[in-house]
Ligand binder design. Structure first.
Ligand code: CU
Length: 205
């Protein structure tokens, strides 16, 4: 009787042990897969308050009908709630070295683990670029540079494929992945005071 019970107990124990092992084998790969999942991207937003009326005026000046030429139709989408900056004010402020702070990337500094993608979303009304530069500098439109030299990475504007690739249109986004460990500098090649420093550190630290 005792032997029988002991045998039953051992059998039961073995069964549960087996079930446990199978469960562990099933669960372990899942845990492993979960750990290997790509990290959640972090977001940067591009903001501006472009005034559709002055930005979208025809590019060709006409003293009578178009004294303040703009950048052409549909350049600026109406996204702000009346807090517009006219094209003329934007140019005047930037030219004086006092650029409009409402043209901005947020946050200004980002600390991420290596492997974390960055998604830059243009929530402003006009196009921007998110271009990596070795050192912050001017953009490709000298009137907006306040005398600062154009950063070499911005040279040529959108005729430079490398710059065009970093363009972000209104309502769209750009993903930046695989940044190496260390500090990275990004700026808008149109509005060069829009700047972000990204610090990439090793996984687990
Ligand atoms: Cu910009």
């Amino acid at each position: 009787m005792n032997a029988c019970n002991s045998s039953e107990f051992a059998k039961s124990k073995t069964t549960w042990y087996t079930v446990g092992m199978i469960a562990a084998l099933l669960l372990c790969p899942l845990r492993g897969a979960a750990q290997d999942e790509s990290p959640t991207p972090v977001q940067i937003v591009a903001l501006d308050e472009c005034d559709p009326t002055t930005f979208n005026a025809p590019t060709k000046a006409d003293p009578k009908t178009n004294p303040n030429p703009g950048l052409g139709p549909d350049f600026c989408k109406n996204v702000t709630l009346g807090a517009f900056t006219t094209l003329q004010d934007l140019l005047a402020k930037a030219g004086a070295g006092n650029p409009d702070p409402n043209w901005d990337f947020e946050p200004d500094t980002l600390r991420i683990r290596k492997g974390t993608p960055i998604v830059v979303v243009d929530q402003g009304g006009e196009p921007h670029t998110f271009t990596e530069v070795k050192r912050f500098g001017g953009g490709f439109l000298p009137p907006l540079n306040a005398g600062e030299d154009t950063a070499p990475e911005c040279a040529g504007g959108f005729s430079n494929l490398a710059v065009a690739r970093t363009r972000i249109l209104q309502g769209s986004q750009l993903q930046v992945s695989d940044l190496s460990k260390g500090e990275h500098y990004f700026q808008c090649c149109i509005h060069p005071w829009m700047r972000v420093k990204v610090e990439v550190h090793e996984h687990g630290k």
